[in-house]
Ligand binder design. Structure first.
Ligand SMILES: Nc1ncnc2c1ncn2[C@@H]1O[C@H](COP(=O)(O)OP(=O)(O)OP(=O)(O)O)[C@@H](O)[C@H]1O
Length: 236
């Protein structure tokens, strides 16, 4: 009997995905999106303001129902209620989400422990250092600058387990030094086999981190190379 070919599913597979905020397909904010991302790949979603980048990411993170089509992560439909999905996918959206009563350090410890990580203190120390939060590690999030809060949310994604990072405009509010370090960190993530899906307006981040780019516009969706995607941002 011929051997059946075993095929590993892509890390992310979006098939004719329509997203929007109504209940019918007429409320889709952009044309349907189809794209695959292999393990260790970097997918950037780019386009003008309001073209649907964040909406697609919300759907990919399981926070918004699809109007049609499907999104799978490692061969399973996105479902953020499952423990497996939450363990695999670390999400940083374009909004501040923190517990005001916990300091920076406490947040990171809680996140790492909550996800069952070992050696949490060392891991948290490393993230605090990497994201330049050493001097503010005992401050409450409300006492941080907006860029420092962004650093905290990003650091929290790196102290927990993940196979896929979903990031909405991770460059936002970061100074240029931190943007460079973030690009390096995301490159490292990919080289270690982790996938990255990010919406961004930063052509440098696209060139450094993306292996593939979805360019969203009102009337068309294109899947292009990192260089073509970076140029698409520059042409907006
Ligand atoms: N909660 C919501 N309810 C209804 N419509 C929304 C909601 N959030 C966004 N929209 C609309 O959906 C469309 C896509 O918005 P989205 O936030 O996905 O754009 P974006 O590409 O991420 O934009 P930006 O570059 O400004 O971040 C926009 O027309 C926006 O006004």
């Amino acid at each position: 009997m011929p051997k059946r070919k075993s095929s590993t599913p892509p890390l992310v597979r979006a098939s004719s995905v329509s997203v929007g905020y109504g209940s019918t397909i007429d409320s889709a904010v952009c044309p349907p999106i189809s794209v695959d991302l292999p393990a260790g790949g970097g997918l950037a979603i780019v386009g003008s303001n309001g073209t649907g980048k964040s909406t697609f990411l919300r759907a990919a993170a399981g926070l918004l129902d699809l109007l049609s089509g499907s999104i799978q992560v490692l061969g399973r439909p996105v479902d953020e209620r499952t423990q497996q999905f939450r363990a695999q996918v670390a999400v940083v959206l374009d909004e501040d989400s923190y517990l005001p009563a916990l300091t920076v350090r406490e947040h990171l410890l809680l996140t790492a422990r909550g996800h069952g990580m070992s050696e949490v203190t060392a891991r948290v120390n490393e993230a605090i250092e990497e994201f330049g939060l050493t001097a503010r590690q005992n401050a409450a999030p409300t006492a941080l600058s907006s860029g420092q809060r962004r650093r905290l949310l990003l650091a929290a994604a790196f102290v927990r387990p993940r196979t896929l990072l979903v990031l909405d405009e991770p460059e936002q509010r970061l100074d240029s030094g931190m943007r460079d370090r973030l690009a390096e960190r995301l490159k490292l993530e990919r080289s270690q086999g982790g996938g990255v899906v990010m919406a961004t307006h930063d052509p440098v981040l696209v060139r450094e981190v993306a292996s593939k780019v979805v360019v969203l516009a009102e009337d068309e969706v294109r899947v292009v190379s990192a260089e073509a995607g970076a140029q698409a941002i520059e042409a907006l």
